[in-house]
Design a protein around this ligand. Structure first.
Ligand SMILES: NC(=O)c1ccc[n+]([C@@H]2O[C@H](COP(=O)([O-])OP(=O)(O)OC[C@H]3O[C@@H](n4cnc5c(N)ncnc54)[C@H](OP(=O)(O)O)[C@@H]3O)[C@@H](O)[C@H]2O)c1
Length: 332
């Protein structure tokens, strides 16, 4: 006999529109997998909002429960690595895309997707980070392995008030970098300063003269979450032998660049894919996030909502209006 649980369910209507409601489901309806997890917390990412609004590039088939992040306790496991009651998290892979996700009180997933929660992290604080934090951590890790140190000069984070951006600012600042946080929101300035941003730039300040192939080098590395014209400018304004990581496309999926920043300044452009990262790098970065990369003050940028209150937040993130992180508490 399965267990009954509450979940957000997105359904496709006959007229092609999509509706969202909280429904009772049964764990027997979850996909096959070695580990059943009682989800205590999830978090809201841009991709969840796309899945929740019928974006077929993210989720092919409906009805569907989104939620690319989940953290909680193992309820049942047929895999020796996990025992009942272990605190664990899952981010990415297919969770919440075409596999029933963290906006439900239970998920069932392959054991290889499951990461133990350790150090200072709990299911709640792990979701303060979630995919956004893991993505930011991947970007920071690429910058560090590229050899860029705080003494090499300022680093830039675009879309800084969003999930990935705000955690990128927090992580870089925590590790001693001078961070330029670029944001379109005046009301985010205080939050970004509190997270440790050394300078706040408007979106327009980052988007400089479009006709020039290269701009004066203003940052040694960048974490771009925006794409489009912003990414074009970020590349042109990166210093000699700098690195630009790109993960997002909230502005545009296309960007223009000449070859010059790459052949005259040796810039590297590194794509970030958080969903399909190998287990070893996940374990390394989640261990960092629970220890030396744990940023106490990120709790200040977290809004915790119930499943019922998630609807408003889904609409806000689609309009680029979210500041910081939205964490979903699944049980009363
Ligand atoms: N590759 C991966 O593995 C991966 C993982 C996670 C997320 N992502 C992607 O990364 C992006 C950010 O995700 P998120 O969860 O951080 O989303 P988010 O919380 O909505 O943040 C996006 C931020 O971008 C800025 N922005 C919004 N519209 C913009 C526009 N038209 N032009 C310029 N800036 C704009 C806003 O910040 P300001 O107002 O502060 O400028 C907004 O808060 C999304 O595209 C998401 O799909 C990718």
């Amino acid at each position: 006999m399965g267990k009954k649980f509450k979940a957000l369910v997105v359904e496709e209507q006959p007229d092609g529109t999509f509706s969202r409601s909280i429904q009772e489901r049964d764990t027997d309806s979850l996909p096959q997998g070695e580990v059943l997890i009682r989800v205590e917390y999830s978090s809201l990412n841009y991709k969840d909002a796309l899945s929740a609004s019928g974006h077929k590039g993210v989720t092919r088939n409906y009805p569907h429960t989104p939620g690319i992040d989940a953290a909680g306790y193992v309820e049942e496991s047929t895999d020796r690595r996990f025992r009942e009651g272990d605190p664990v998290l899952v981010t990415g892979y297919d969770l919440g895309q075409n596999t029933s996700g963290g906006f439900g009180q239970y998920i069932r997933v392959p054991a290889d997707w499951v990461i133990p929660i350790s150090g200072k992290l709990t299911p709640e604080t792990a979701m303060f980070y979630g995919t956004a934090g893991f993505t930011a951590a991947l970007g920071v890790h690429k910058v560090i392995t590229h050899g860029i140190r705080p003494e090499n000069g300022r680093v830039l984070v675009t879309g800084a008030s969003g999930g990935v951006g705000s955690l990128g600012v927090a992580l870089f600042a925590h590790l001693g970098y001078d961070v330029i946080a670029s944001t379109g929101k005046k009301e985010a300035h205080e939050m970004l300063k509190n997270l440790g941003a050394a300078e706040i730039w408007s979106r327009e300040q980052v988007q400089a003269d479009e006709r020039k192939h290269m701009l004066p080098g203003r940052w040694s590395a960048a974490l771009d979450t925006v794409g489009g014209d912003t990414l074009s400018t970020v590349i042109r304004g990166t210093k000699l032998h700098g690195v630009v990581t790109c993960c997002g496309n909230v502005s545009d999926v296309f960007f223009k660049t000449s070859i010059f920043p790459f052949i005259l300044r040796g810039i590297e452009l590194v794509g970030i894919d958080s969903a399909n990262q190998d287990r070893p790098i996940r374990e390394i970065l989640w261990t960092h996030l629970g220890s030396d990369w744990f940023v106490e003050k990120i709790k200040d940028i977290v809004t915790i909502v119930s499943l019922e209150a998630l609807e408003e937040k889904i609409q806000q993130i689609l309009k680029g209006r979210i500041m910081g992180r939205v964490v979903v508490k699944l049980w009363d």
